[in-house]
Every structure is written in C-alpha cells, then in structure tokens.
Ligand binder design. Sequence first.
Ligand code: G3P
Ligand code: CA
Length: 241
Amino acid sequence: MKIFAHRGASGTGPENTLPSFAEAIRAGAEGIELDVQLTKDNEIVVMHDEQVNRTTNGKGAIKDKTLADMKALNAGSWFDDKYESTKVPTLKEVTDLLVARNYRGIVEIEFKTNVEQYPEIEEKVSNLMTSQDWPFTYWYCSLNVDTLERIHKLEPKARIDLVMGDSEEAPTMALDRSYIKGIHPRIDWALDHDAEVPNYPIDVRPWTVNDEETLAKVMELRVAGVFTDYPEKMLAAKRRN
Ligand code: G3P
Ligand code: CA
C-alpha cells in the first residue's frame, strides 16, 4: 500500500509547487501526484485548476497565458506568506528537482483536461517523459478516457490509471480497457464499496485520505495506495497500522 503525496505535500505547502514536491521527497512519499496544464505558448505547467485564480495572485485561464505570464504570478502567498517567492513550476522544473534529489518513487502525472482544451498535451508530456531515463518511475492518469487512449497509443508500455469522478460508468470503462491498470475513486466510493474493493480486479487508490482512522479502514480493504495531502503523517500512520 503506497502513500502518494497529492499535488505534493499539499497540506503543509502550496500544492503543485517545488516546495511541496521537495517536502514530499523529504518525507519519503512512495509516490508523488501532480497535475499538468498547457500555456498559450505550449509550455507544460503544473497546476490543478484550469484557472489561476485559486492558487495564485492572478486571474484567468492558463490557456490564455504565456509561460512568462505564469512565471510573473505568486503561487505561494495564498497558502502562507512565507511562500511569496514561489512560482508556478513547469513539468521540466519538477522533473529536474526529482532528478536532483534522486527520487526513486512513483510520479503520477494527471492530465486534467481534454484534447479540445489543450491540443496535443499528451504528445508534449510524453515527449518530455520519454526523453531520458529517470531515477523515478512515472505513471499517467486522467478522468478523461480519450486522453488515456491517446497516451496509451503514444506509450503502449506506460502504466495508466483512470481517475473516477461521479460517473457510475467509470468502473466499467476501466475494466473494459485492459491497458488501464488502476482506478482512483473518491474515498467515499471506496468506503461505500467495501465488499467489492478487496477483490477488485485492478488496483484501487482512493483520494484523499488525510486521517489515520480512514487510512486504517482502507488498509483493511487492501487498496494498492492512497493519495494524501499529508504524506509524512500518513506514512507514520501506515507504519502503526
Ligand atoms: O489521481 C487522483 C487525484 O489526484 C484526483 O484529485 O482533485 O487532485 O485531481 P484531484
Ligand atoms: Ca490530481
């Protein structure tokens, strides 16, 4: 059962930024999850939302901004003033950090949106990820099955997981595609399906698990992993359970 840092150590630092990834590495997270988006000038940046409003001091859609526009934003003060110099990272800057720290865990790259929003984002991410050998392992995931089909065609050997939203069809969509090796349901789904999860035919990794009691419950359900905002705390809880 692997502990994945959800958007980095996003409970203790600004999500999807270098400080939160550095903290996840320091804490010993067995996996690190991040979200990718594309700027107007086709640079891959790491941010959860399509808009910059929630996690920076700016406003508007990433697809309407250049990388220079994105780099002018403060991506840390919304979380805590001590992060006022924190910038939105590119995916390359994150992989540089992981290489510099010799990170040997799993990096789960989530495509947030579809090909209409970001033409060829799958190709761009795949080009970077296949450009060299890494100390870490990387996997892909998305809510969007079209994106998963595209990434599977680009990298037939890549490990691919489906993020489950509220659609009741999501488990079937995953099981119908042999290249999908795991599902990422909301924690409530995993707990509501406690009879099914222990024998589920593919990996189940719920999100988001931030307390020891919930972690203990899903460990009993033999999930393959969890996403947490507090990797240090959940790693300690895993050792106790
Ligand atoms: O991969 C599971 C998890 O990352 C989904 O949650 O909101 O971070 O995209 P979210
Ligand atoms: Ca995510």
